[in-house]
Ligand binder design. Structure first.
Ligand code: ZN
Length: 163
């Protein structure tokens, strides 16, 4: 460990150590309370041998309470950023290299969701046939999507992610 690397100091509070730092990997921060497990599932982070630190209901200066995930030696794909945005629109993703934040990114729902989520219309051809779903974002706040195939319009609460 090199000198003066303050980032490598564990996060401490009066009660002691809460979340230890990672050397290389990804920190997914500012998740709504209770959503860390959901995000970990969606991104398939809980693999045998993988190092994952999850915090639930942590104090957040911005939002009161938040969840947080740290995963070692794992970086996200563009599609994974989209998936996070659908569940946690205010999430921030920090890319960590050598204990330091190399890059900080906000997630955002893209204009087009290619095969990421299911059309909410059960009778839609994209649910019946083996074809990739295609949804367009009509509104981000509140989240509203419309299907390319059947034109069915639905809200974010009805959105189910694929896989
Ligand atoms: Zn549809």
């Amino acid at each position: 460990m090199r000198e003066g690397a303050n980032m490598s100091e564990p996060a401490k509070t009066k009660k002691g150590l809460i979340v230890s730092p990672i050397e290389n990997g990804t920190v997914i921060d500012h998740l709504p309370p209770g959503k860390a497990i959901k995000i970990a599932e969606i991104l398939s982070l809980l693999q045998p041998g993988s190092v994952v630190i999850m915090g639930q209901n942590l104090k957040s200066t911005k939002y009161g309470k938040k969840d947080l995930i740290k995963v070692e030696d794992r970086y996200l794909t563009g599609e994974e950023y989209n998936k996070i945005a659908l569940v946690a629109p205010n999430a921030t993703v920090n890319i960590i290299r050598n204990f330091e934040i190399q890059e900080k990114r906000k997630v955002s729902v893209p204009d087009v969701l290619e095969d990421v989520a299911l059309c909410a219309n059960a009778n839609c051809i994209s649910n019946k046939e083996r074809i990739p779903s295609r949804l367009y974002t009509v509104s981000r706040d509140p989240l509203v999507m419309v299907c390319h195939y059947c034109n069915f319009e639905f809200k974010g609460e009805e959105l189910r992610l694929k896989g």
